[in-house]
Design a protein around this ligand. Sequence first.
Ligand code: ADP
Ligand code: MG
Length: 250
Amino acid sequence: MSLIVNNLQASIEETSILKGLNLEVPKGEIHAIMGPNGSGKSTLSKVIAGHDDYEVTGGSVTLDGVDLLDMEVDERSRAGLFLAFQYPAEVPGVSNANFIRAALQARLPKGEEIDAVAYYKSLYEKMDILEMDRQFTARSVNEGFSGGEKKRNEILQMMMLDPTFCILDETDSGLDIDALKIVSKGVNSMRSPDRGFLVITHYQRLLDYIEPDVVHVMADGQIVKSGGKELALELEESGYEFLKEEPAHA
Ligand code: ADP
Ligand code: MG
């Protein structure tokens, strides 16, 4: 699915954060967004997913031509969107297995039931790819999970829901190198001509494992530079100093 963001403007508590952001991710491609802390990367992902803290003050976001901004959060999810959060929430009292099952059940037509045997088979397959112990099926969602376990769990949810467009917000932060490789393996296993990815990261390291088609640099609420995957290496070398020399909105 193609994601098209056109002149997106959004604010939180009267403060403007996204200042006319343009972005196009054709289906089948992986685009990375890098940029300094506070540039609005998480805001962008949450606005696309429909987080209600943010007020959209202009522009549009479409997924394969369908306007997302008019939809409720659950409608966006059923339209094929998935967001892996930078800070995944804990859901005490709900087991991981039941949580994912309920999310899948919500997508089925009325009267249709999930086949429990097939469900667990699929769940275990994905947990094996992510090298997650079976005990995580019975534990409350993210409760007491380490940072790395939470991130793996986000990817598990993503693999189970089989979305058509995935946004990963700093999934690499808090991961050691082994966990990073495992998470990347999960993402790469989902790469498909029919699925798009937006991978937000502060560090180039993740992009050694998840190879992007395009790298964008975000600063002060806008995309200020785009290029191939070599752009990520340049940024790693030279940092974001160039942003000060080239004003974003000349
Ligand atoms: P990034 O993910 O690029 O580090 P964020 O989108 O998290 O950036 O933040 C962009 C700006 O928006 C920051 O200046 C941050 O302080 C502000 N911001 C984000 N969320 C909130 C919030 N809930 N309340 C107030 N300010 C916020
Ligand atoms: Mg962020």
